[in-house]
Design a protein around this ligand. Sequence first.
Ligand code: UD1
Length: 344
Amino acid sequence: METKGKILVTGGAGYIGSHAVVELFEAGYEPVIVDNFVNSKETALKGIAAITQQEFPCYRIDCTDKQALQDVFRKEQDITGVIHFAAYKAVGESVKEPLKYYHNNVGSLITLLQVMEEFGVNNLVFSSSCTVYGIPDTLPVTEETPVKKANSPYGNTKQICEDILTDLANSGSSQVKTIALRYFNPIGAHSSAQIGELPLGVPNNLVPFITQTAIGIREKLTVFGNDYDTPDGSNIRDYIHVVDLAKAHVVAIDRLIQGKAKAIEMFNIGTGRGNTVLEVVNTFEKVTGQKLNYEIGPRRLGDVPAIYADVTKSTQELGFKTELGLEEALSSAWQWEVNLKNSL
Ligand code: UD1
C-alpha cells in the first residue's frame, strides 16, 4: 500500500501518542511505535488495532538506549519523520526525583537526535508544554510570551529540550528541522472509547480524577483552591480535546515533509479558551448526568493561577484549528471510563 511515509512515534502507546497513531494512519501515514511501557499498557495497542483494523510495528525499547534505537532505524530503513512523545510528565514526582526526569526527558531527546542525524531522518515534532511560560504576566500567552524560570524539574526538561533544539537549528550543521508543539491541557478520549488516558495509580490530572470519582474508584475530588483571582476563584486552563491535539501532529508532520517549516518553530496548541476547574466540574455533571462528589481544598503547590493560549500563530501559520469542545471532551472521557470498567 502506498503511504505518505513512515513516521516513528516514540511513546506511541501513551495517552497522546496512541491518539496520534490513529490520526496519522487515517491521514495516510504509516506509524511505527516505540514505547518502553513504563507509563502505558499493551491494551493501548489493542485499542489502536480495534479502531484502525491494522497492526503497526511496535518496538519495546527505551529511547535513552542508543543501540536499540539504531536497530529500529536500521530495521525500518525509510523513516520519514519522528514524533517524540516519550517522556515522564508528573510534575510532583519530578520534584522528588529530578535525575530520573533529566535523564529520561533530556537524555532521550539527545539520543534520538543523534540517531536521526546518523540515519539522515530530518523531520521532528517535539512534545513541548505550556509549562514553559511559567506564571505568565499577560494572557492569553503567545509564542512570544517570555519563557519563565521553570516551576519544576519536569517543566525545566521541556525548556532544556526546546533550547537543545534551538541550538541545533542555529548550529547550521544539522539538517534536522523541528516543530515543537506547546500543548495546553489535553483531555478526553477517542470517540470509539477504545483508547484514552490510562493513569497508573492515583491520577494527578483533573479529568481522570473526575471520571474515577464519578465511577466510584475515588471518593471525592478536591478542587485545589477557590481563592484565586479568577471569576469563580478556581484555576483557569485551556483544555484541548486529545483528538484535536493528535491532529495537530499530523498537520505539523505534513508541514515538515512538504518542506514548509523553518529549522525550528514553536506553536501553541490549545483552544484559545480558558475554563475554570469549577466550570469543568459543572460541565462534566451536565453532559454526563453524573453528580460529582467534590470539595474545595487548599491550593496545590506550584499551580499556575491562569493560563490559556493565543492560537493566532498556530491558526495562521500551521493551519491548525480545534474542532471539538469541552463538552465533547468530557463526555468522551466519561465513555472511556465506563468502557474501562466494563472491560474489567
Ligand atoms: C501540569 C502542567 C503541564 C503538564 C501536566 C502533566 C503547568 C502549567 N502545567 O498541568 O505542563 O503537562 O501538568 O501532568 O505546569 N486540579 C484539581 N484537583 C485535582 C487535580 C487537578 O483541582 O485533583 C486542578 C489543578 O489545580 C489545575 C487543573 O485542575 O488548576 C488542571 O490540573 P492538571 O490536570 O494536574 O494539569 P496542570 O497542572 O494544569
